[in-house]
Design a protein around this ligand. Structure first.
Ligand code: ZN
Length: 155
C-alpha cells in the first residue's frame, strides 16, 4: 500500500522560511491535523539543500509543456527523476517535445506537482477532510511569510 501525502510548498522554488517560522508552522499544522493515537499520521518539515521534486507521485496523469502545449511523456519525467534523484541545481530543464528550456515549476502537471527547497507535509492524515482548507493554506503562508501551493501525492 502506498502512503498518502498532503504537502505545502512555497510558490518560489528557491524560497525557504526561517527555522523559527517553520517551527511555528509545524505546530499549527499539528494542531489542525490532530492525531489522537499518534500511530498512523506523520507531520514532517523539510529544508532541502537543492531544488527538490515534490510531485504527486502515482497521481501524475499528465504533463503538458508550457512552451509548445504538447504533452510531455510521463516516461521522460520518470527518467528525469530517476537520473537526478529528484534534486536539481537549476530550476530549468530542457523539455523533449520542443527541445527548449522551461522552468521546472512551469511544467503543467495533472495532478498538481511542484519543486521546492522547503516542504511541510502530513503523511496519511487522520482527519476526514484530509486536504488543507484554503483558510489553512493561508494561515500557514502567513506564518511562513510566503505564498504556498498544495500537493496531494500517493507515493
Ligand atoms: Zn514543448
Amino acid at each position: 500500500m502506498s502512503d498518502f501525502y498532503v504537502s505545502l510548498i512555497p510558490t518560489d522554488v528557491n524560497w525557504q522560511p526561517t527555522s523559527k517560522a517553520a517551527a511555528e508552522a509545524e505546530a499549527y499544522v499539528r494542531r489542525v491535523f490532530p492525531d489522537p493515537d499518534g500511530v498512523q499520521q506523520d507531520v514532517t518539515v523539510e529544508f532541502y539543500d537543492r531544488i527538490t521534486a515534490v510531485d504527486a507521485g502515482e497521481n501524475i496523469q499528465r504533463i503538458t509543456c508550457p512552451r509548445c502545449d504538447h504533452d510531455i511523456p510521463l516516461d521522460w519525467y520518470e527518467d528525469l527523476i530517476e537520473q537526478t534523484e529528484g534534486e536539481f541545481d537549476s530550476p530549468n530543464v530542457t523539455v523533449p517535445c520542443c527541445d527548449t528550456a522551461a522552468g521546472l515549476d512551469a511544467l503543467k502537471f495533472d495532478w498538481p506537482s511542484g519543486f521546492a527547497r522547503f516542504e511541510i507535509a502530513v503523511a496519511n492524515p487522520v482527519r476526514g477532510e484530509y486536504e488543507f482548507t484554503a483558510d489553512e493554506v493561508g494561515a500557514v503562508a502567513a506564518i511562513l511569510g510566503h505564498p504556498l501551493r498544495q500537493i496531494l501525492a500517493h507515493i
